[in-house]
Design a protein around this ligand. Structure first.
Ligand code: XMP
Length: 507
């Protein structure tokens, strides 16, 4: 049985990060809404309570019954989590004189406390709180302070319960990983055996049990998530998995052919469907971005449905949904909205059960699993690419000729990034075909042709992004190559907008 740490989410922005850090300790973690603690799960070895946007005395504050948890498992409260434990046991929490935000250094550490093992006075932690614990209940003791905050960390004397006012999960807390390790490994007793290899072994076993001899159909996009999901399912059920890879005509240059070959090389049972004509004719004359998306989304479902119906007796739809997608849909504060998979709507239409073998993994864990499964690096480390493809990178209406121009320009940019060793330094890159014509001169000829914009961003999750500071010499080389080689383009610009307020894609 895989041991797990439960993280109860009280709505903090760093809850996901706590989950990540625990996984970095080779320990499986699961993030659950603050009031959804699993009653009888023998694999739980410890519980972490996250921070929150609320104060404990707010009428809207998230509250849950702690006693059954405290009696059964080691507990670590972080920020609001720590305040909540102290407050519900009779301690006092008050607004701090000024909101404390930023670096602080630990002083007066109780070195004999297991949570503080190997933590030295002076070590840096990250504070971000408006309230502070001003007095502890009787059976609690202070185990660390900072200059500003006397109760920076505490322990409940007769129980395995700790609280820290700072955020050990953020990078600026330099001793944060040691504190989390002390909790997860020493206090909770994690065996640290969670890894890509162990994930594959358990998941393949579970998939075999769950799916038996059932047939599964899965839509491949060429992206890392659906590809890894397919290889994992293939390992579990082999030919009972049929993959469908639809070419809507708006993929990158030669991508359909190349990726299809990769999939076949991986032993996948894959059907490649060239539906580009259908999509081009449905998109003719359409300029409105959301309308383009809807046409492509619906067209994709139609093609997929038609192909899937050719397979007899399919019971399941496989999908490459990953953990951040699930956490967002669980999100208790409900502030984030992101476009999800392009096959949304399919399970209902086809009356299929959903099978999402990666739903518990973060993106880099998906990549680690892919590598462990022996998938080629270029499939694993490729940039994200939007489901509607180049359709959302061609401003205005779409024609096969515009797609050709964009594919050529995009190919030069992406190949250039690879040649200059810059590809892995950016999160995502591509070219946008603008609906702007401008005057130029080529030889002795006046030209009146299209402008393109290069877009390259750095990011960790696509929710925010910054434009990549690519070298001028590189940009100069790409610009020259595009203008010289791509017929129809006489001007290249570089997009220097960050997200927010801009988005990564232009449409
Ligand atoms: P934006 O443009 O919103 O994009 O900053 C954030 C990330 O999402 C991708 N994206 C999409 N992916 N279908 C998708 O599958 C879509 O309609 C879509 N729109 C944007 C985008 O490429 C970036 O990685």
């Amino acid at each position: 049985m895989t041991q797990k740490i439960i993280i109860l989410d009280f709505g903090s922005q760093t809850t996901q990060l706590i989950g990540r850090r625990v996984r970095e300790l080779n320990t499986y973690s699961e993030i659950l809404p603050y009031n959804k603690f699993p009653e009888n799960d023998p694999s739980v070895i410890g519980v972490i309570l996250s921070g929150s946007p609320f104060s404990v005395y707010d009428a809207k504050a998230f509250k849950t019954e702690l006693e059954p948890i405290i009696k059964k498992y080691p507990v670590l409260g972080i920020c609001y989590g720590a305040q909540f434990i102290a407050y519900t046991h009779g301690g006092a929490v008050e607004p701090a004189n000024s909101r404390e935000y930023g670096r602080a250094n630990l002083t007066e550490i109780e070195a004999s406390d297991p949570l503080m093992k190997d933590i030295m006075p002076g070590e840096q932690v990250w504070m971000s709180h408006g309230d502070t614990i001003t007095s502890l209940p009787e059976n609690f003791k202070v185990i660390a302070s900072t200059e500003q905050v006397r109760i920076a960390a505490y322990r409940m004397i007769d129980e395995k319960v700790w609280g820290v006012q700072f955020h050990p999960e953020v990078y600026h807390s330099e001793c944060g990983m040691t504190i989390l390790k002390n909790f997860v490994v020493d206090i909770c007793g994690s065996l640290q055996d969670w890894s890509a290899a162990s994930f594959i072994e358990t998941t393949v076993k579970e998939l075999k049990e769950k799916l038996g001899n059932d047939k599964v159909v899965l839509g491949l996009s060429g992206g890392v998530d659906s590809s890894v999901a397919a290889v994992l399912l293939n390992k579990a059920i082999g030919k009972n998995l049929t993959c469908i890879f639809v070419d809507h005509g708006m993929l990158r240059k030669d991508e359909f052919k190349k990726v299809l070959k990769d999939y076949e090389g991986l032993g996948l049972n894959v059907i490649g469907v060239d539906a580009s004509e259908k999509f081009f004719s449905e998109l003719e004359g359409v300029t409105e971005p959301e309308k383009k998306r809807k046409i492509i989304g619906k067209g994709f479902i139609d093609v997929f449905d038609e192909e899937a119906h050719k397979i007899e007796d399919v019971k399941w739809l496989g999908q490459g949904t990953i953990y951040p997608d699930c956490i967002e849909s669980l999100s208790i504060t409900g502030t984030t909205i992101k476009s999800h998979h392009n096959v949304g709507g399919l399970p209902e239409k086809m009356k299929l059960k959903l099978c999402e073998p990666l739903r518990l993994l973060f993106k880099d864990e998906v990549r680690a699993v892919g590598r462990q499964l022996g998938m080629p690096e270029h499939l694993i480390s490729r940039h994200p690419f939007p489901g509607p493809g180049l359709a959302v990178r061609i401003l205005g209406d779409i024609t096969p000729e515009k797609v050709r121009i964009l594919q050529e320009a995009d190919d030069i940019f992406i190949q250039g990034l690879r040649d200059w060793g810059l590809y892995d330094e950016v999160w995502q890159a591509g070219v946008i075909l603008l609906n702007v014509l401008s005057v130029g001169v080529m030889g002795d000829e006046r030209t009146y042709e299209r402008a393109v914009a290069l877009r390259a961003v750095t990011s960790t999750d696509a929710m925010t992004a910054d434009w990549a500071r690519l070298p001028y010499d590189f940009l100069a080389e790409v610009s020259n190559k595009i203008i010289n080689k791509v017929r129809g383009v006489n001007r290249v610009t570089y997009d220097i907008s960050s997200k927010p307020p801009a988005t990564i894609e232009w449409e």
